[in-house]
Write a protein that binds this ligand. Structure first.
Ligand code: ADP
Length: 299
């Protein structure tokens, strides 16, 4: 069983003056935690800091009794990390590379290592291509290989940065299935800008933007909190700007040549609007949008 991660008032400003993290505080328990935010929100900065690859300026991170920011070796012993940019040696086979990485992780017993590597290749559906050079792998295969290497050494903490960006829908589905099978007994932190990744995989989540945590909680609770406050209407595309002036339009989508707008409002704006069953995408956009007209905004 894996302990909880507590992040307290974590801040980071890069030398160029960009404040990538501002007083970030989060509690992350076992299971899959989704860190959702647009590009530039600070997700990778937070993930690299948790993975001990980067220093923070202020604040603390603990995982059970490990002080993550100072006890880096202790973290690395229990960490599996899949970075956003996962470089591979193109001329090495998947199997060869896993053996190499397994040795680096201390799996020196050859028989034991062979079993573990085979198991991971099976689990990530790469067994049939295990002799193939990594350079010839598709994006989805590389990501699955990335998960295989992150699972080496039985990690208690897994950090996965933007895993499905650039994957086609079939590869994404396979990747989702693989991640969801990793188990509820360890801490898995998944950063993504894709709302659907969090909807499908994560029971607990946070929304982060411009280095700040805007919302955190159980996914079902944050979605429930928005029920009865999202309204939709089909309008001509040319009317979007005027609706935006009057109402808190959280999203617009093309539908048969017209625009379907979702509006955040405590009351029905007028009889031409229909109630929407809010989903995580509505939560995401309502949280990110500035909310000039709404009362009790945010969530
Ligand atoms: P995300 O992963 O959510 O896209 P990042 O953590 O990569 O966000 O970036 C957060 C902000 O910090 C962005 O404005 C980015 O340009 C900036 N940033 C990231 N890395 C560096 C760096 N090494 N030096 C300077 N600025 C950086």
């Amino acid at each position: 069983m894996s302990p909880e991660m507590i992040i307290t008032n974590l801040s980071k400003t890069y030398p160029n003056g960009v404040r990538a993290l501002r007083d970030v505080s989060l509690s992350i328990g076992r299971g899959m935690f989704g860190l959702l935010g647009p590009n530039g929100a600070g997700k990778s900065t937070l993930m690299r800091t948790i993975a001990t690859l980067q220093e923070a300026d202020a604040g603390s991170i603990t995982l059970g009794d490990i002080d993550v920011l100072t006890q880096k070796d202790a973290v690395r012993r229990i960490l599996g990390y899949l970075p956003q940019e996962f470089g591979v040696y193109p001329k090495v086979s998947a199997e060869g590379m896993l053996h190499h990485l397994a040795i680096l992780k201390g799996l020196t017993n050859a028989t034991e290592r062979k079993d573990i590597v085979e198991g991971l290749l099976q689990q990530t559906n790469l067994y049939t291509v295990r002799k193939k050079h990594l350079g010839g792998f598709s994006g989805g295969m590389k990501q699955r290989f990335g998960i295989a290497q992150a699972l080496l050494g039985d990690p208690k903490l897994i950090v996965v940065d933007e895993p499905t960006a650039g994957l086609d829908p079939a590869e994404r589905l396979r990747f989702h299935n693989l991640l969801s099978a990793i188990g509820e007994n360890i801490v898995v932190i998944l950063s993504t800008h894709i709302v659907d990744d969090v909807s499908v995989l994560c029971n607990n989540m946070a929304i982060i933007s411009e280095g700040e945590v805007l919302l955190t909680g159980k996914r079902i609770d944050v979605v429930a909190g928005l029920q009865g406050k999202v309204w939709r209407k089909l309008i001509p595309r040319t009317d979007i700007a005027s609706y935006r002036q009057e109402l808190n339009v959280i999203s617009t989508r093309l539908l048969s040549g017209q625009s379907l707008i979702h509006v955040y409002s405590d009351i029905q704006p007028d009889a031409t609007f229909d109630a929407v069953e809010a989903d995580l995408e509505d939560v995401y956009f309502a949280t990110l949008e500035p909310q000039p007209t709404a009362t009790g905004a945010g969530g």
